[in-house]
Design a protein around this ligand. Structure first.
Ligand code: DON
Length: 345
């Protein structure tokens, strides 16, 4: 073999090797690994000593959570994971569950029925407001406040309450791409102290907008709020929404892609309760918070940013999780209303 042929073969060998490497390493939605890592590490460093807010204690078990826990995780639609902090600590999903039960019921009933029966109007009032029920045309307001979420849960189809519960847990697990479990102590604690949610369900029943036995609906809703997740699992659930309903790890299609725009729209207008307008103004990202300290923000077609820190503000949104996500989304320039983020510029 002459020298030129050998040289050409060596070059080809390395070129193919590099192509392989590029295929494994390169992500079309997170092309710059080092930058992404730096941004989430910076967010962690900047806010790790922030003690603002209080751990929610209206559910007694939540008050026992270590308030110092802080985790941040970004997962892209092609399954790349960027984590910092206590991303493996388990906490209760709380109100973030509302998004995924909405996805289940929307699949069963269709978008039109959701709009008619539940609505998509922000209440501008706290998540457990009774006043909102009196004011809103649909009574329940939207599927992401307690009234709307209990009504959503009451719409779930299933031959028994225990079957519906199994379906919920299986659906959430499929969205996370890993098996999820209830945190029994949180469930029992909330079940023993949820008189307000029971009153909300009875009031909705009196208005004819409760579609199951009110007690059963509240019990199921309380169970779904008590599901334990880690920050990484939360980011994976968010990435499933970002990836048009397909879990980036298992490749399974879980959420109907036709319903994603409607789900994200409700998250944008109602996902951060009576702070949703300001949050949207600041980040331009459909998001959902839970009083357990988790927040997940969706960057459609790209990925999800999740953060967990137990201290929450007056609206019930985690303080450090908000700050971390706002910082990361600004650095990544992923505001969905920025023409650049949809490729116009
Ligand atoms: O029903 C409740 O009050 C709780 N299970 C959930 C509330 C919640 O997460 C509000 N979040 N920010």
């Amino acid at each position: 073999m002459n020298k030129h042929v050998i040289n050409a073969m060596v070059i080809l060998f390395f070129a193919i090797g590099n192509m392989g490497f590029a295929q494994v390493k390169k992500s079309p939605v997170a092309p710059n690994y080092k930058l992404l890592e730096k941004i989430i590490n910076d967010a962690y460093e900047q806010y790790k000593d922030d003690k603002t807010g209080e751990v929610a204690d209206y559910i007694p078990e939540l008050a026992k959570v270590d308030s110092e826990l802080f985790g941040i995780c970004v997962i892209t639609v092609d399954g790349k994971v960027f984590s910092v902090g206590n991303v493996e600590a388990s906490f209760s999903i709380q109100s973030i569950s509302k998004v995924f039960t909405l996805a289940m019921v929307m699949e069963e009933m269709g978008q039109k029925a959701i709009l008619e029966k539940l609505g998509a109007e922000p209440t501008g009032l706290p998540f457990n407001s009774v006043t909102a029920i009196e004011q809103q045309a649909t009574r329940v307001g939207n599927p992401l406040v307690n009234a709307g979420a209990i009504a959503t849960t009451s719409l779930l189809k299933g031959e028994s309450e225990s079957q519906k519960w199994k379906d919920i847990l299986a659906y959430y697990s499929a969205c996370a791409g890993s098996e999820l479990f209830i945190i029994q102590d949180v469930y029992e604690s909330e079940a023993a102290t949820n008189g307000r949610n029971q009153a909300i369900a009875r009031l909705l029943d009196a208005y004819g907008v409760m579609y199951d036995d009110p007690e059963d609906a509240v019990d199921l809703y309380t169970r779904q709020c008590s599901v334990g997740i880690t920050t990484e699992q939360l980011a994976a659930m968010g990435a499933t929404l970002a990836a048009d309903g397909t879990n980036p790890f298992t490749g399974k299609k879980i959420i109907n892609p036709d319903n994603i725009p409607q789900i994200l729209s409700v998250m944008l207008s109602c996902g951060m309760y009576d702070y949703s307008g300001t949050w949207s103004y600041l980040t331009g990202l459909p998001s959902k918070s839970g009083v357990g300290g988790g927040i997940v923000s969706i960057v459609p077609g790209k990925g999800a940013i999740a953060a967990f820190s137990p201290r929450v503000d007056a609206a019930g949104n985690s303080v450090r999780a908000q700050k971390a996500i706002a910082y990361i989304s600004e650095q990544l320039e992923v505001n969905i209303f920025d023409p650049q983020s949809v490729g116009v510029k």
